[in-house]
Design a protein around this ligand. Structure first.
Ligand SMILES: *Cc1c(COP(=O)(O)O)cnc(C)c1O
Length: 766
């Protein structure tokens, strides 16, 4: 078996050699990396075309403002079954695959979990051979590039498109009317390959007139000139009115062009639009694409379909995914914004609002409220056939509290689809050592059928296997150490415990709780309480440019990092590393090297999380609250294989309902809390940091602390120190827990999630 595999590899390696020398017209040794990169682009393009499959009838359109897809070269080669042969071929001729990977630029089309989920879904759709395309925007500079200057975040435009070779311009255009003026939306397409699957597309719309020269210093730009700025950035600063308006412009541009494309594709496949349901399923990823509902009704009207029927068609075709229970993230637009940007939708939205008012006497469920605010999520729930949450706990909270009035109206619309991740990128691509090792134990079937990972469970008592797993983790930590040295000139100790918290910077995710823990440990070491192991606390996070508290937390962590580094007594035991510009490329390096995965959001606030799943799959143990999908991870692995702490979601919800949480009381009553928070404005911190920012963070924590850091502080310390002690004192037991985590990760494959969406919501052709 093993022998046959090697021979196959060798033959296809020869094939690759012939193809590459054919394209480059010289020996591989003589080729530059630019030539090899270009040749491999040709190969993937040709190969992915072979997997285009006809769509019989119903196809999915996944509309999302974000697709955080990551670099594509290796991933496409893996999915097309070429990666091993290409790598072997290059290496046989003295060329490195890593050097080629570095030439690939990471598309900047997303900002966090929601966009990454969309990317995992596209991979799984193509892998499961389901017809399903993405629809989004071609942001020129995407999300900003993060840079640390004077221990603070600054933002630079990320000109990723200048190095991109994957997004292809098409000749297809659609006319979109914005504020009464017509603009031409051009379609760009990116091929999405599946693992031994089919090829689908990510459709991205753009304006030809967009002009990056309107960007001034950093990421500021003239927000009024739509023709030049419409698709420059993802989520342009919405802290002011012009920024908010620009978001409405972007959203309508995306959904109007998208809806026109959907209708024209369906008509091409034979739809008369009355039967649109037989040809299309549309998934609305969070509220950003909500205007697709009135826009489709408008377009169907233009085709002569009356309002009532159009509403029925659209409701049957569309489904909505809710991603958050944070009230500020459920989009609401003042009606006058829509009056300005999309006057053509106003009569339709008003009619929909009237329908709702006839259906229900509940004023909390209306679309346009008495203050003239348009509630996008409400429109989604009323006029789609499915509303899903993204983890079991999240869906229960939606049903029982946040969206309870809607659940009472439409109990059958509500359903749960626990998020997942694609194992191709988050195991095969990012952790080849672990992948090969798993294959040597249980065979290759887990690559297509993630539930097969369960078979690893039978090795839980095999000490030599556990030792191998620990060795793989150690090697991955060395790889991360080299990468940090190479990219950020930071050296870390691979023998320390790597505790990683990487995700968007947000108060609800509570990086500040981790910060306070590190200060606490600083004092413990200073007072002679030496920990059982040295730790490296690694962070990766971007803060929204206008989010002051998030930026203050970054500043405090960078400052503390410096303070500890300069204190030889403490630096033996603690090192803080903040990875600059966290993105998919960085995540792929960090996650395989993690020992302890920090998933410490305030219970009830994280809808699901997918970072938690990536870490688990790569053999990290989770230190987490019972929030989002952590709850399902804990159920899967058992309490003895996870470190859970903190208030329950019910306790938190009750505290909010009573409105009786006072941070100041906790601060006054607890000497540990006081010591840690007071340190923020201590002379050593102010000496290395900015007093104003540190004082502002202290004030935030003692006077507001909206996400209840302080009530969980002591429980967090206890649980985390227990984890560190377990790691240090019983490495075999730690490896056994890691093995159990990997073996139970199968449920969190996005293949499973997509199968559920298809079974319950989309019913696509196979
Ligand atoms: C997975 C991922 C996220 C989401 O992480 P959460 O911990 O679920 O918030 C954000 N950014 C990147 C780059 C990711 O890969």
């Amino acid at each position: 078996m093993k022998g046959a595999f090697i021979i196959m590899k060798e033959t296809s390696m020869k094939e690759i050699e012939t193809i590459l020398t054919g394209i480059c017209k010289k020996e591989i040794e003589q080729c530059s990396y630019e030539e090899l990169y270009a040749a491999l682009l040709c190969v993937t393009e040709e190969e992915s075309k072979k997997h285009i499959m006809p769509v019989k009838k119903r196809k999915l359109y996944y509309i999302s403002a974000e697709f955080l897809i990551g670099k594509l070269l290796s991933n496409n080669l893996i999915n097309l079954g070429l990666y091993d042969a290409v790598k072997a071929c290059l290496e046989a001729h003295g060329k490195s695959m890593t050097a080629l990977e570095e030439m690939d630029s990471e598309p900047s089309l997303g900002n966090g979990g929601l966009g990454r989920l969309a990317a995992c879904f596209l991979d799984s759709l193509a892998t499961l051979k389901l017809p399903g395309d993405g629809i989004g925007l071609r942001y020129h500079c995407g999300l900003f590039r993060q840079k640390f200057e004077q221990r603070s975040q600054s933002e630079l435009p990320d000109f990723w498109l200048s190095g991109d070779k994957w997004v292809k311009k098409s000749e297809e255009t659609y006319t979109v009317s914005l504020a009464g003026k017509n603009y031409t939306a051009r379609l760009y397409r990116l091929a999405v390959t599946g693992y031994e699957g089919r090829t689908n597309y990510l459709n991205l719309f753009d304006l030809d007139t967009v002009d990056a020269s309107v960007i001034k210093d950093g990421i500021s730009f003239d927000k009024t000139d739509i023709a030049k700025n419409l698709t420059l950035f993802l989520y342009p600063d919405d802290s002011d009115e012009e920024g908010k308006l620009l978001r409405v412009y972007q959203q309508y541009f995306m959904v109007s062009a998208g809806a026109q494309m959907i209708l024209s594709e369906c008509e091409e496949r034979g739809s008369n639009c009355h039967d649109l349901y037989d040809y299309a399923a549309i998934q609305i990823n969070d509220t950003h694409p909500s205007m697709v509902i009135p826009e489709l009704i408008r377009l169907l009207g233009e085709k002569g379909i009356d309002f009532e029927e159009a509403v029925e068609i659209v409701t049957k075709v569309c489904a909505y995914t809710n991603h958050t229970i944070l009230a500020e993230a459920l989009e609401k637009w003042p009606k006058h914004y829509l009056d300005t940007v999309v006057p053509q939708l106003i009569p339709i939205i008003e009619k929909l609002d009237k329908l709702v008012r006839e259906r229900t006497g509940d004023t909390s469920a209306v679309i346009i409220d008495d203050a003239g605010i348009v509630h996008m999520a409400h429109m989604d729930i009323h006029f789609t056939h499915s509303t899903n949450g993204v983890a079991a706990l999240h869906t229960e909270i939606l049903k029982n509290s946040e969206l309870n009035q809607f659940f009472k109206l439409y109990p059958d619309k509500f359903n749960n689809k626990t998020n997942g991740i694609t194992f191709r990128r988050w195991l095969l691509k990012c952790n080849p050592r672990l992948t090969d090792w798993i294959e040597s134990l249980i065979g290759a079937e887990f690559k297509k059928d993630a539930s097969k990972l369960e078979e690893l469970g039978s090795y839980a008592e095999d000490e030599s296997v556990l030792k191998q797993l620990a060795d793989i983790k150690h090697e991955n930590k060395e790889v991360l150490a080299r990468w940090l040295e190479h990219t950020q000139h930071i050296s870390v100790n691979p023998d320390s415990v790597f505790m990683i918290q990487s995700k968007r910077l947000h108060e609800y995710k509570r990086q500040q709780l981790n910060l306070l823990y590190l200060i606490h440990q600083y004092f413990e070491i200073k007072t002679g309480h030496i920990p059982p192991a040295a730790v490296t606390a690694i962070f990766g996070a971007k803060a929204a440019p206008a989010y002051t508290t998030a930026k203050d937390i970054i500043h405090a962590l960078l400052t503390l990092s410096k303070v500890i580094e300069e204190d030889s007594e403490v630096s033996k035991w603690i090192q803080i590393v903040f990875v600059e510009n966290y993105n998919v490329t960085a995540a792929e390096k960090m996650i395989p090297a993690c020992d302890l995965s920090e998933q410490i959001s305030l219970a009830s606030k994280e809808a699901s999380g997918t970072g938690n799943m990536k870490f688990m799959l790569n053999g990290a143990l989770t230190l987490g609250t019972l929030d989002g999908a952590n709850v399902e991870i804990a159920e899967a692995v058992g309490n003895e294989n996870i470190y859970i702490f903190g208030q329950s979601s019910n306790q938190v919800i009750r505290r909010y309902a009573h409105g009786d949480y006072l941070a100041g009381e906790w601060y006054e009553a607890d000497a540990n809390i006081r010591r840690a928070i007071d340190f923020l404005t201590s002379p050593v911190m102010i000496n290395s940091g900015t007093k104003e920012k540190l004082a502002r963070l202290k004030k935030e924590l003692t006077e507001k602390d909206w996400f209840q850091t302080l009530p969980d502080f002591n429980a967090y310390i206890v649980r985390k120190n227990q984890a560190i002690a377990d790691y240090a004192l019983n490495p075999t037991e730690w490896a056994r827990k890691a093995l159990v985590n990997i073996s139970k990760a199968g449920f969190f494959s996005s293949d499973r999630t997509i199968e559920e969406y298809n079974r319950d919501i989309w019913h696509l052709d196979e």
